[in-house]
Write a protein that binds this ligand. Sequence first.
Ligand SMILES: *Cc1c(COP(=O)(O)O)cnc(C)c1O
Length: 436
Amino acid sequence: MTQGFSTRALHAGAAPDPVTGSRAQPIHQTSSFVFKDAEHASKLFALQEFGNIYTRLGNPTTGALEERIANLEGGTMGVATASGHAAQLLAFHVLMEPGAKIVAAKQLYGGSINQLGHAFKKFGWDVEFVDMDDLSAVEAAMDDSVRVLFTESLANPGGVITDIEAIAEIAKRHGVVYMVDNTMASPYLCRPLSHGANIVVNSLTKFIGGHGNSIGGMLVDGGTFDWKAHADKYPTMATPQAYYNDLNFAEGFGALPLGPDGSNVDIAFAIATRAFSLRDLGPALSPFNAFMIMTGCETLPLRMDKHCDNATAVAKYLSSHEKVSWVQYAGLLEDKYYERGRKYCPNGAGAVFTFGLKGGHEAGIKLVESVELFSHLANIGDTRSLIIHPSSTTHSQLSDAQKAAAGAAPDTVRVSVGIEDPADIIADLEQALAQI
Ligand SMILES: *Cc1c(COP(=O)(O)O)cnc(C)c1O
């Protein structure tokens, strides 16, 4: 019988240390590992044996975290990275070629819009942003150059819940990879791989680490994409690679007996990402951060339940406040994404949502300057309650029309509701709203 989520959030990937008996995951704070002999070293380098070489390529502490997150997401193998953005970079690096295109959701995290829309341009990677609620627009974007469909499960800041199964169907029909950023939901609220996504990326900086103290990222291979059938589109995955003695990742790692009860699983994408992109681009997670994030992950289910309960209470309070014109939170019965939320995020609609102030831009500034318990900063997924007025900060360089399109109109305030006592969170908003 598969263990429950809370049990796995504590135990997956972290048995007591066989050498010392240490119960908590030891921090292997080392750059490199001693080889047993010359043959061992040569097998490790040729990927004929798995083991530790150098922390840029892997480390036992980050490895324990990789096993845990892959388990929670229901994937075959994880690759830890220095940040959420690094996980996206590495995943795209394996999948893309110059001239190839990403079809991405318009409703992506602002940092991802910059990464895909500007930074990736220098690699010759094209991107088309579409409204993922408009399936005919997604279909229209699917020309022969497309290699990846990319959405979030629960999108920041607009409170959008993606119809993952509908997008997965389009990706499958066109023979391209569907990758989902699951940061805002975390695997406790949503498991995109179980709805047909092929790859999941997470910023561990947010809810999984959960305490606002460490940056990290993770990509998880779902093991479901047929690379060999699409070798023309994904040459890194399914053609011989000269830098590894003509190894073909899809053939070498497409069926290894590493599943529960020894069944074969496909880890080709995770291996290619590590052996090629992580090795050569370099954004490895530090073992210390892996330890911090792993400790945070132990309480992910407890925290997420409390985050969701508190967010629902705060959203209900704000919806009936005279100075608030609208609240967008999929946890509210009247919200447009409520039904979809029940399907894809049955444990709750998350902790992050936006609302509008009748007083517009000036009122937004007044609110963030008047809160005392809330912290005014640009992060989400901390244990503490956080608030930001996107129009005067993260989105200040955009025109009013661009702000509105990005879900950051001048009247919009974003909160990431923490796990304090809900009465204290509401009391803080009450006194701050009274000052507008
Ligand atoms: C923060 C965030 C990222 C980027 O993660 P970093 O760890 O900051 O690099 C990506 N996607 C979403 C939805 C995020 O909230």
